[in-house]
Design a protein around this ligand. Sequence first.
Ligand code: CUA
Length: 158
Amino acid sequence: MHLHKYEKYWLVFGVATLVVFLIILGIGAFHQGSHPNNGKKTLDYEKVNEFPPFDNPGVHKVEGKDWDYEVVVLASAFNYNPPEIEVPLGAKVKFIATSADVMHGFEIAGTNINMMLEPGYISEYVTEVNKLGEFLIVCNEYCGTGHTMMHSMLKVVD
Ligand code: CUA
């Protein structure tokens, strides 16, 4: 195949543009400064279940902190660990959550709690639970075939 001289230039230009574009994309995707979450970087997300606090998901009573309970949540396709959260009415709770695989959501219906859970980042939210009842926790980030089945429950008990 014979390429005209100018066609060759355009081909090189096209490839160079593509390379530059991919580099910019790469920087954009991995540069922490542009991260939408103010979450902290965690350890390797694929091994996050081996490291505290995610080696022990669940509801933990704590002492000497500004909150009474820490709720550690590890999301993965397509469930939450723990599958159910129970806290007493009036408790000050810190939710600490992350994902072990892809991006998930953590939205507690009927409350203002709505976090994005990204692999490699810890999402935290401190709140006082001042409403009795059962609140559905749903994943609001599309995460795959089981996305619509991914949910959990927050029970606020007396
Ligand atoms: Cu997890 Cu959608």
